[in-house]
Design a protein around this ligand. Structure first.
Ligand SMILES: Cc1cc2nc3c(=O)[nH]c(=O)nc-3n(C[C@H](O)[C@H](O)[C@H](O)COP(=O)(O)OP(=O)(O)OC[C@H]3O[C@@H](n4cnc5c(N)ncnc54)[C@H](O)[C@@H]3O)c2cc1C
Length: 673
């Protein structure tokens, strides 16, 4: 049998294969070498499918590892060059021992596979696989209209990325490299240069990477991290200038170009039983660096071990969740990607600080995700903090635990400040007022947009009259039957609060209502005395019973059972807030939880930016403050003989305007649901 045959010559579709490799690039090659090394291919029927013959050097693969690391030992014969020093700013170099930075030429890797193909007489098809899937008979791959079956199909075709969703980023690492021969000797050829930012940034984050292969030969590569890829003319100008400045006269012996996705978006997946995903398709490219080689090597080892021990190999397929929403390193990757995309001018400052202030071995371990939290903190403490803080704040909607964690810290701080102390008052009421202006009132001042997404000028008078009538109706109820008004207010507020929170934690409608009721009673009931002073002033009503600070215990159990960190943290700060004055506790909930959740839902519903929504809210926002001022003046006139508490008037007003708001917000929640 010939090692390389066409499908029709061979009629491979009639065969059952043990392993079909769809794509024979880096990940597939590493796996084949690993299976061979473990003697798992002796009796295996193997088919390789790839439109590319893999007979050219198309990439260079570099990775760092200790000299006795399995990857360095296993791939020793392929490593064509290794550096044990890294070049820092100027002419300084730093040893990275026991690590080495290794270089493998892709053609050496492919040639190893070609030798195995000859040795084992594997079948090989130089064409594209049209489909990889599974039916009732098991996994299959379609090639030239024929279905080929195998026990395992290893799919390493290039991944297809979904468009980025909220909190996800997709940019590219594009590069152009010249293999140069220099006239003058290269200084310190035993040191590779990781990132040299001494080039024009052109609105992106870009740097030069240098691999000296001898005293007169080096690969010099200009690399851009960014939404836009670097074009060849730009790259060539930068390269020519950089080489002239640093190495003098030179000739170009070879050119390498490439583009690696830097992404934490979802990859389209066909993973089912019998289909094993490899390489970039299996999320092996580290989003913040573009390195994948080591990940692919260790994945290959795990696959070989699973096959050896008859374990299901598909369990090693990654999903978007365990690749990008798992652990703090995915969180760091997400932050950096966000900065590189949205604040590309900050990249140079961040990386230069990192390289200048942190030991290179520490950086490499950090990139390998092998550092502990203390080391991570020591690394971040060396970096400019502003881009990280502003990115963190802008992403606070994305990480569900982030806001509850901030609220827990803030509540702790307010408790520690001491009740009714000047610090507590300034801080809490200052934040409450700022929160009311930023989101508290505005989140209820865009109700006019919720129905259609646009402001309907013709329908405006009817909308405004209807809105004010509903609010006035509530006001009349407070005036005439405050007991009934209180019951109605508690009912629709529980409904409304529960709706906003429940969607976040995937509660059913009834659980949402129960939660809304609990949270409202908890805040009021753990401050019974203060609550009743206000309620008496609102209309001679009172809450009949107090609430224990432990009343949230069943919800804690719920959060633990459902492993909901953000819900758990929310319960923590709610419990702490029982130790604060009523208005502060209510303010934290109303602004920090309810209004921000509502704002997030409105934003998703309207598909508008924060600033646009806020600007749309201005007319009704301003109207609300005017109404409040009028209300504060007029309401006490209706009760000339009573000693009216201003906070009570404020709450009657809130109860009145939140009634139509609750009704209009239903549009948002009904649509989402
Ligand atoms: C230029 C370049 C340099 C890189 N350098 C490094 C580095 O130094 N260190 C590092 O860690 N990472 C590096 N990477 C990132 C990563 O290691 C490589 O992208 C690596 O090749 C990914 O391996 P893979 O098997 O997923 O994809 P590939 O190696 O690209 O293999 C995919 C194969 O699928 C084939 N194919 C395509 N369509 C079909 C189809 N329909 N049917 C069948 N086959 C198909 C392709 O021809 C290809 O051979 C580099 C990437 C690039 C682009």
């Amino acid at each position: 049998m010939q090692a390389t045959q066409t499908i029709s010559e061979n009629n491979v579709s009639a065969c059952e294969y043990d392993y079909v490799f769809c794509g024979t690039g880096a990940s597939a090659s590493l796996l084949l070498l690993e299976l061979h090394q473990n003697n798992l291919l002796q009796y295996a029927n193997v088919l390789l499918i790839d439109p590319d013959k893999k007979d050219k050097r198309d990439k260079t693969f570099c990775f760092w590892a200790d000299a006795d690391d399995p990857i360095s030992v296993d791939l020793k014969s392929l490593i064509s060059h290794a550096w044990d020093h890294v070049a820092l700013a100027g002419e300084e170099i730093e040893p990275i021992w026991p690590m080495r930075y290794n270089h493998i030429s892709s053609i050496d890797l492919y040639n190893q596979v070609h030798r195995l193909t000859q040795q084992y007489q594997w079948h090989k098809i130089n064409t594209c696989a049209d489909e990889v899937g599974s039916d009732e008979q098991g996994p299959f791959v379609c090639c030239n209209g024929e279905k080929i079956r195998a026990k395992y199909i290893f799919d390493s075709r290039p991944p297809v990325y979904h468009p980025p969703q909220e909190g996800e980023t997709h940019i590219s690492q594009s590069f152009v490299g010249w293999m140069i021969e220099t006239e003058q000797e290269i200084k310190k050829p035993n040191a590779f240069r990781f990132m040299d930012f001494q080039i024009e940034q052109q609105g992106s984050t870009q740097f030069v990477y240098v691999l000296p292969f001898s005293a007169r030969k080096a690969l010099v590569e200009v690399t851009r991290f960014g939404a836009e890829t670097i074009n060849h003319t730009q790259a060539e100008n930068l390269l020519a200038d950089y080489i002239q400045r640093n190495f003098g006269a030179y000739t170009v012996a070879d050119v390498e170009t490439g583009c690696i996705p830097m992404s934490n978006t979802v990859i389209e997946s066909n993973a089912v039983s019998g289909i094993v995903l490899l390489g970039a398709r299996n999320y092996h490219i580290k989003p913040s660096t573009g390195y994948a080689f080591k990940n692919m090597y260790y994945h290959a080892r795990n696959i070989a071990s699973a096959i050896k021990h008859n374990k299901p190999v598909e369990l090693l397929n990654k999903t978007h969740v365990n690749a990008h929403h798992h652990g703090r390193h995915s969180f760091y990757d997400g932050l950096l990607l966000d900065i590189l995309k949205n604040k590309p001018q900050e990249g140079k400052r961040i990386f230069e600080a990192l390289l200048a202030k942190v030991d290179t071995k520490k950086i490499l371990n950090f990139l390998d995700e092998k550092t502990g939290i203390a080391t991570d903190i020591s690394i971040f403490s060396q970096l400019p903090w502003q881009p990280f803080i502003s990115t963190l704040l802008s992403r606070s909607f994305v990480y569900p635990w982030f806001r509850p964690l901030l609220l827990t810290l803030m509540t702790c701080l307010l408790v520690l400040a001491g009740n009714y102390s000047a610090i507590q008052n300034y801080l809490a009421y200052g934040l409450f007022f700022a929160g009311l202006v930023a989101v508290g009132i505005p989140h209820g001042a865009v109700d006019h947009l919720l129905e259609t997404g646009k402001w309907n000028r013709k329908g405006a008078p009817v909308f405004i009259i209807r809105y004010l009538m509903l609010a006035a109706g509530m006001g009349l109820l407070w005036y005439a039957l405050p007991g009934v008004a209180l019951a109605v207010f508690l009912a629709y507020s529980s409904w409304h609060f529960g709706q906003a929170d429940g969607k976040k934690w995937n509660f059913t409608e009834s659980v949402s209502f129960l939660w809304g009721l609990s949270v409202l009673f908890y805040i009021l009931g753990t401050h019974l005395q203060e609550t009743n002073v206000i309620l008496m002033s609102m209309g001679k009503v009172s809450l009949p019973f107090a609430c224990s600070v432990w009343a949230l215990l069943p919800w804690f159990l719920w959060a633990l059972y459902h492993k909901q960190t953000s819900f758990f943290l929310t319960l923590c700060w709610l419990m702490l807030s029982s130790q604060l004055p009523l208005l502060i506790a209510f303010g934290i909930y109303f602004i920090g939880q309810h209004s921000l959740n509502g704002w997030q839902d409105i934003r998703r519903h309207l598909q508008l930016s924060h600033s646009r929504i806020w600007l749309h809210s201005v007319p009704f926002h301003a109207g609300a403050w005017l109404l409040l001022a009028g209300f504060l003046f007029l309401w006490p006139l209706a009760f000339p003989h009573n000693d009216i508490n201003q906070w009570a008037v404020f709450f009657v007003f809130i109860a009145c305007i939140s009634f139509p708001h609750t009704i209009y917000m239903n549009v948002v929640y009904r649509k989402k649901g």
